[in-house]
Design a protein around this ligand. Structure first.
Ligand SMILES: NC(=O)c1ccc[n+]([C@@H]2O[C@H](COP(=O)([O-])OP(=O)(O)OC[C@H]3O[C@@H](n4cnc5c(N)ncnc54)[C@H](O)[C@@H]3O)[C@@H](O)[C@H]2O)c1
Ligand SMILES: [Zn+2]
Length: 358
């Protein structure tokens, strides 16, 4: 077992990573004060892993309820959220009840928001079951749901008491979801740590084979990087924005293709290559560095070419993205691998990068 301490003052908490981490009774006992627990999962992950977690919690004397949400991003909405409150109230759960999210980012974001809001805040634990949720959505405290007019528009910052990252969940994780998580892993190296990026260049094939030792290293280093960035800027005043590397392009691809067509990580994979190309045009990356980024994205089984959505269409969608300001578009770019900077980009240079979308 490896433990990372996320340093957020009185809201600091541990991330425990290892085989059987979800059965770590010592950490569970310490984190759960009350006697009642509600596990929130979905109807895909629940049948695979909920029973094991229930038994572990019962073994430490807890009363356990399980609530299964329908599976899919389309259910990350107010109506589904409300079913969590229904169960909490029907079971007469008090403010000492702990909510445990068992699932990917969709379940984590919804259960986290429910925990933030129920009785103005009850304890919360994450058991993330996708690589993306282990390295990204379970770190940093963003929780929330979608609104018909915008993704992730309703939510709260709310930190968990504990994150348990159990390596056994990789046994059932589809390869496509593994690749999608790799986009965020590669991003962490690219924006923050050149040595980690080099390690990923050498070890991505092992990660794609779900080699345990390599997965632990990648999850640990990615969580460290994300939590370091978040600890310096919890509410995204500045630095935290570097975590959006590849995302301005990625969000345009996701929206342009219709949500659900490309996975978020797939869009970010192609988006990072566009952002690298843009960095090269502005004299901050060499052709060789851009090629290195392309190769590692490709090795992770992610698309390296954006879809042909058209230059004007891409620009219009990027201007709609919440990270754009007054007409010009801010981009997270790389000034060498391992160093992210935020710049306003002239439209003619942006158009040159987007010629591949024409
Ligand atoms: N809060 C944040 O900071 C943050 C950051 C990034 C993404 N997100 C959010 O996270 C969500 C995406 O999360 P995700 O990529 O984990 O997708 P997801 O939660 O939709 O999970 C992907 C699919 O894999 C299934 N699954 C999960 N674990 C499995 C396992 N071990 N075995 C078999 N199947 C499994 C799920 O049921 C689902 O069908 C989005 O809603 C996004 O907005 C939040
Ligand atoms: Zn992302």
């Amino acid at each position: 077992m490896k433990t990372i301490h996320v340093e957020l003052g009185d809201r600091a908490y541990p991330i425990v990573i290892g085989e059987h981490a979800m059965h770590d009774t010592a950490h569970l006992k310490r984190a759960i004060q009350g006697s009642t627990v509600l596990i929130v999962t979905n109807d895909m992950v629940g049948p695979l892993y909920a029973q094991q977690l229930v038994e572990t919690l019962k073994a430490i004397g807890k009363t356990v309820h399980v609530h299964m949400l329908p599976t899919g991003e389309q259910y990350k909405n107010l109506e589904t959220l409300n079913t969590i409150f229904d169960v909490l109230l029907q079971q007469q759960c008090d403010r000492r009840t702990t909510l445990i999210a068992l699932g990917g980012g969709v379940v984590g974001d919804m259960a986290g928001f429910a925990a933030a809001a129920y009785m103005r805040g009850v304890p919360f634990i994450q058991v993330p079951t996708t690589l993306l949720s282990q390295v990204d959505s379970s770190v940093g405290g963003k929780t929330g749901i979608n609104h018909p007019l915008g993704k992730n528009m309703i939510g709260a910052f709310y930190q968990p008491q504990l994150v348990l990252t159990d390596l056994n969940v990789f046994a059932t994780l589809p390869q496509r979801e593994l690749s999608a998580g790799m986009a965020e892993v590669i991003k962490h190296g690219a924006i923050y740590d050149a040595a980690y990026f080099e390690w990923l260049e050498a070890n991505t094939p092992k990660l794609m084979r779900k080699d345990s030792e390599s997965l632990v290293h990648a999850i640990v280093r990615s969580c460290e990087i994300k939590s370091e960035v978040v600890a310096q800027d919890e509410r995204e005043g500045g630095l935290r924005a570097i975590l959006n590397f590849g995302h301005t392009f990625g969000h345009a691809i996701e929206a342009g293709m219709g949500y659900g067509e490309w996975l978020h990580g797939e869009a970010v994979g192609a988006g990072m290559i566009l952002a690298a190309d843009l960095s090269q045009r502005l004299g901050m990356l060499t052709a060789n560095e851009v090629e290195r980024i392309r190769r590692v994205v490709q090795a992770a089984g992610l698309p390296v070419e954006p879809p042909q959505l058209g230059i004007d269409n891409m620009i219009n969608m990027m201007k709609l993205d919440k990270k754009s300001d007054a007409g010009y578009i801010k981009f997270v770019l790389l000034d060498g691998i391992g160093r992210a900077v935020i710049r306003d980009v002239p439209e003619d240079v942006l158009r040159a990068t987007l010629h591949v979308c024409a």
